[in-house]
Design a protein around this ligand. Structure first.
Ligand code: PGA
Length: 258
């Protein structure tokens, strides 16, 4: 069954006390809501330094923990890196892989991302794999080509049984943190394209069940149009995930839409 997800990517924001406050505000706003956990997922991906503590604050029946990144090797002399085992040991279930900010600032390429995804899957973490084109790609009409190659280079190397543990997030780079959101039509068109690619490669049922998130300036004022699209299964939320009320409103809007 396809799962609908709202995931908050806190990026490099909040110190620990602020993060504790934000997580407990989200918890109390979620309050008594009882949603079907097989059908809906709420994830927060705070900075590494907060994971252990926030794991103690959140109720696992409502929110799951995600990390924003992960080291590409299992362990060893990799100063500053955080391993899959370390994440698992503090209760992390999801890991964002290939966010455009890491592709850009850390020069992470498809080869490295494939290594990370393989390691995450082997360890039992669920990758949230990000794809998306830059503005110049879109203006040149190359957005489908860019996303196609990002998916072919990484996702197509995986085994079909891995697919139920992967989420793909389409995040047009020009819409991230810019306030410039993709129109529901632009997002739906790309999500349908990605779902078709997955179906062609791994089978139609895998395509139907795949969770595809939209990311890029998604917030309560524009989420209705996005979440109502048939191939958009939720959002990877940056800025709006730092405001407890906005984040929980997005959860409510997703449940309402699906
Ligand atoms: P944004 O970030 O919502 O602030 O645009 C989304 C993301 O980068 O995941």
């Amino acid at each position: 069954m396809r799962k609908f997800v709202v995931a908050g990517n806190w990026k490099m924001n909040t110190n620990l006390p602020e993060g504790e406050q934000l997580a407990s505000d989200i918890m109390s706003l979620l309050g008594q809501r009882n949603f079907d956990l097989d059908r809906y997922g709420v994830i927060i991906a705070p900075p590494y330094t907060h994971l252990y503590r926030l794991g103690q604050i959140i109720d696992n029946n409502k929110i799951r923990l995600g990390a924003q990144n992960m080291g590409w090797e299992e362990k060893g002399a990799f100063t500053g890196e955080i391993s899959a085992d370390m994440l698992l040991s503090v209760g992390v279930e999801y890991v964002i892989i290939g966010h455009s900010e890491r592709r850009k600032y850390q020069k992470e390429d498809d080869q490295l991302l494939l290594k990370k995804i393989n390691l995450a899957l082997a360890k039992g973490l669920k990758p949230i794999f990000c794809v998306g084109e830059e503005l110049n790609d879109r203006e040149a009409g190359k957005h489908f080509d860019v996303v196609r190659s990002q998916i072919e280079n990484v996702i197509f190397s995986l085994e079909v049984h891995n697919m139920e543990n992967i989420i793909i997030a389409y995040e047009p780079v020009w819409a991230i943190g810019t306030g410039k959101v993709a129109t529901p039509g632009q997002a739906q068109e790309m999500h349908a394209f990605i779902r078709q690619m997955i179906a062609d490669k791994f089978g139609s049922q895998v395509g139907v069940n795949m969770t595809l998130l939209y990311g890029g300036s998604c917030k309560p004022s524009n989420a209705e149009g996005l979440f109502s699209q048939k191939d958009i299964d939720g959002g990877l939320i940056g800025g709006a995930s730092l405001k407890a009320q906005d984040f929980v409103t997005l959860v409510d809007m997703l449940i309402e839409a699906k």
